[in-house]
Design a protein around this ligand. Structure first.
Ligand SMILES: Nc1nc2c(c(=O)[nH]1)N[C@H]1C(S)=C(S)[C@@H](COP(=O)(O)O)O[C@H]1N2
Ligand SMILES: [Mo]
Length: 542
C-alpha cells in the first residue's frame, strides 16, 4: 500500500469529487434499471426525511413549502460534495482510507434503500455499485496524481555545457542551490493527466446519470394513466354541473375548483411512487369478517360516486396555501368496508401507501354517510401521479394526514389504542378533524384607495359555511356576500366591497359554520392538530 501522497490537497479534493460524481451517476443508472426508490441519493433523502425530527420537518414544510423536496435534494448534493472532497483529502494520507470512506457511504446508502418500507433486497445494489465505482475512480485518479520527475534546469544546463560525463552525480554541492536538493521541488503532479482523468470521470458521471434518469422514466405510468383516462367510468348518479354562482371571478381570488396542476401537494415521497393500475390491489384486512383484495378493474366496476370535496393540510398556517378543492370520482369506502364486515371494537382504519406511509382514520367517520372515497379521478381526469394515482382516499372533514392516503394499497381495521400512524408517531394528534377557517385572498399587500373588493375563501367541511365577516382596522365586523356551494364539503368564496382611505390598513376575516360556531380568534400553530386564529392582512393603499 502506498503511503502518504504528495499530491496537493486541491487535487485530492477534486479526485474525491470526481469519484463521488461517478458514484452518483452509476447509482442512478443501476436504480433506473431496477426501478423504485433505490437511487442512493433518493434513498438517503428518504431516510433523512423519515429520521429527521418532527420540528425540523415541520420547519421545512413551513419554510420551503412545496419546494421542500428540491431544497432537501439540493442539500444532500451539497453534503455529498463536501464529504467527497474530504474523502479525497483523506485518500491523500492513505488511498485506502478514502476508498473505505466511500464504501462506508455506499453501505449507508444501501441501508437507507433497504429500510424503505417498500424495499426489496435488490435495492441495496445501486448504492453498493455506486460505492465500488467511486472507489475505483478514486484509485484511478490517484494513480494520475503520482509525482513525475522534472529535470532540474541547472542540471540540464550543466549537461548541455558538456562539462561532465553522464555518470556525474547530479548534485555538485557547491554549485547547486540547496533548494534543488529538496526532492519535492523536483517532483510535481502532471496537471494534464489529472484534468483528463477528471474530465473522463465527469463524462462517465453525466452519461450514467442521464441514462439512469432516462431508463428510470420507463417505469413511469403515464401510458397506464392515459389508458385509465380513456376508460374513465361514469358516476352512478352524476352530480349536477356546479352552480354558476360558485365563482365570483374576482382577480386573485382562488377559483372554486382548483386546477389539478395548481393543487397543493404535501407528502413524504421524494421519488413519486409509480403504481401500475394493472398490478395494483387494495387489501382490506385486520378486524374484519371477510378480508377483501380488490383489483383496479374490480374497484371500477362498483358504483361510482362523484363528490366535491375540499382537502386541507394540517400544516397549513392561518392564511396559508395548503387547501384545494376538486370534484372527485371514487368508490364509497363504507360499502367496501361493510362487505368486509367490520368487527366490533375496531375503531381505526390504518391505511398504507405503496411507499409505506400510513394514516389512521376513525371508523365511525368513514361509516357515517359522508362521501369518504377510494378516489381514482380528480377534476375529470385520473389522479395525477403526484396526487395518488391510481387510487387515494378522500375523506371530507378530516385533515389529509389522518385520511387522504395517496397510492393507497392496504387498509387494516384496527384500534387507536393498538396502532399509530406516520404523523402521530411524530407528535401530531391521532385524530384530525378540520377546523373552521377563512382566508383573505385579495388584496394581499397593496391596493388603490377608494372602493375595494376584499375576497377570499372559507371552509368547514361537512358543516358548511354560514357566514363570513370582515373587519377593517378597528371598525365593526361587516358581513360578506357568500358565493353558492354545491354542498357542505367544499370551501366557499366570500367577498365584500369596502372604502379604504389611503394609508395602512389591517384587514381580518372570520367564518361561522352552519352549526353556529364562529372560528376562534385564539392563535395556535399548526402542530399538533391545526392552526387557529383570524387571518389578518396588512395592506397599503397608494
Ligand atoms: N402516501 C402518502 N399519502 C399522503 C401523504 C403522504 O405523505 N404520503 N400526505 C398526506 C397529507 S399530510 C395531505 S395534506 C394530503 C395532501 O394531498 P395532496 O398532495 O393531493 O394535496 O395527502 C395525504 N396523503
Ligand atoms: Mo397534510
Amino acid at each position: 500500500m502506498t503511503s502518504r501522497s504528495t499530491a496537493p490537497a486541491w487535487a485530492a479534493a477534486l479526485a474525491g469529487l470526481t469519484a463521488a460524481a461517478v458514484a452518483v451517476g452509476v447509482g442512478q443508472l443501476a436504480a433506473g434499471v431496477i426501478g423504485g426508490d433505490s437511487s442512493p441519493v433518493v434513498a438517503v433523502g428518504n431516510a433523512a426525511v423519515d429520521l429527521s425530527p418532527a420540528w425540523l420537518k415541520n420547519w421545512a414544510i413551513a419554510t420551503f413549502g412545496e419546494n421542500d423536496k428540491t431544497v432537501l435534494i439540493g442539500g444532500i448534493f451539497v453534503v455529498i460534495a463536501l464529504l467527497a472532497a474530504g474523502f479525497g483529502v483523506l485518500a491523500r494520507i492513505r488511498l485506502g482510507y478514502g476508498r473505505l470512506a466511500l464504501l462506508a457511504f455506499g453501505v449507508l446508502g444501501a441501508w437507507a434503500a433497504a429500510t424503505r418500507p417498500d424495499a426489496g433486497m435488490i435495492d441495496v445494489l445501486p448504492s453498493l455499485l455506486a460505492a465500488w465505482a467511486g472507489a475505483a475512480t478514486l484509485s484511478r485518479i490517484f494513480r494520475r496524481l503520482e509525482p513525475v520527475e522534472i529535470a532540474a534546469p541547472a542540471v540540464g544546463a550543466r549537461d548541455a555545457a558538456g562539462e561532465g560525463a553522464a555518470s556525474d552525480p547530479p548534485s555538485a554541492p557547491l554549485e547547486q542551490p540547496p533548494v534543488m536538493l529538496a526532492g519535492d521541488r523536483l517532483r510535481t503532479i502532471d496537471r494534464r493527466k489529472l484534468f483528463t482523468g477528471i474530465a473522463t470521470g465527469a463524462g462517465v458521471a453525466a452519461v450514467t446519470g442521464a441514462a439512469g434518469v432516462w431508463i428510470g422514466d420507463r417505469n413511469n405510468v403515464s401510458a397506464e394513466r392515459a389508458q385509465v383516462a380513456a376508460e374513465l367510468p361514469k358516476p352512478a348518479k352524476p352530480l349536477p354541473p356546479l352552480p354558476a354562482g360558485v365563482d365570483f371571478k374576482v382577480p386573485n381570488l382562488s377559483p372554486f375548483v382548483t386546477p389539478n396542476h395548481d393543487f397543493y401537494r404535501v407528502d413524504t415521497a421524494l421519488a413519486l411512487p409509480n403504481v401500475d393500475p394493472n398490478t395494483w390491489t387494495l387489501k382490506i384486512h385486520g378486524m374484519v369478517d371477510r378480508p377483501i383484495e380488490l383489483t383496479f378493474a374490480e374497484l371500477l366496476k362498483r358504483p361510482i360516486v362523484e363528490a366535491d370535496v375540499t382537502l386541507a393540510c394540517v400544516s397549513n398556517p392561518v392564511g396559508g396555501p395548503y387547501v384545494g378543492n376538486a370534484r372527485w370520482l371514487g368508490v364509497a369506502m363504507a360499502g367496501i368496508l361493510r362487505e368486509a364486515g367490520i368487527k366490533a371494537g375496531a375503531d381505526m382504519l390504518l391505511s398504507t401507501s405503496a411507499d409505506g406511509w400510513t394514516a389512521g382514520t376513525p371508523v365511525e367517520v368513514v361509516m357515517d354517510g359522508r362521501d369518504a372515497l377510494f378516489a381514482f379521478a380528480m377534476n375529470g381526469e385520473p389522479l395525477p401521479v403526484s396526487h395518488g394515482f391510481p387510487v387515494r382516499q378522500v375523506v371530507p372533514g378530516l385533515y389529509g394526514y389522518v385520511s387522504a392516503t395517496k397510492w393507497v394499497v392496504d387498509v387494516k381495521l384496527t384500534r387507536f389504542d393498538e396502532e399509530t400512524a406516520y404523523w402521530t408517531d411524530r407528535g401530531w394528534d391521532a385524530k384530525g378533524p378540520i377546523k373552521t377557517q377563512s382566508r383573505i385572498d385579495t388584496p394581499r399587500n397593496k391596493t388603490k384607495p377608494g372602493r375595494n373588493v376584499i375576497a377570499g375563501v372559507a371552509w368547514a367541511q361537512t358543516k358548511g359555511i354560514a357566514k363570513v365577516e370582515v373587519k377593517v382596522d378597528d371598525g365593526p365586523w361587516q358581513v360578506a356576500k357568500l358565493a353558492e356551494v354545491p354542498g357542505l364539503d367544499t370551501w366557499r368564496q366570500w367577498s365584500i366591497e369596502v372604502d379604504l382611505a389611503s394609508g395602512l390598513h389591517n384587514l381580518s376575516c372570520r367564518a361561522t359554520d352552519e352549526t353556529g360556531e364562529t372560528q376562534t380568534d385564539r392563535g395556535a400553530p399548526p402542530e399538533p392538530n391545526g392552526a387557529t386564529g383570524y387571518h389578518q392582512v396588512l395592506i397599503e393603499t397608494t
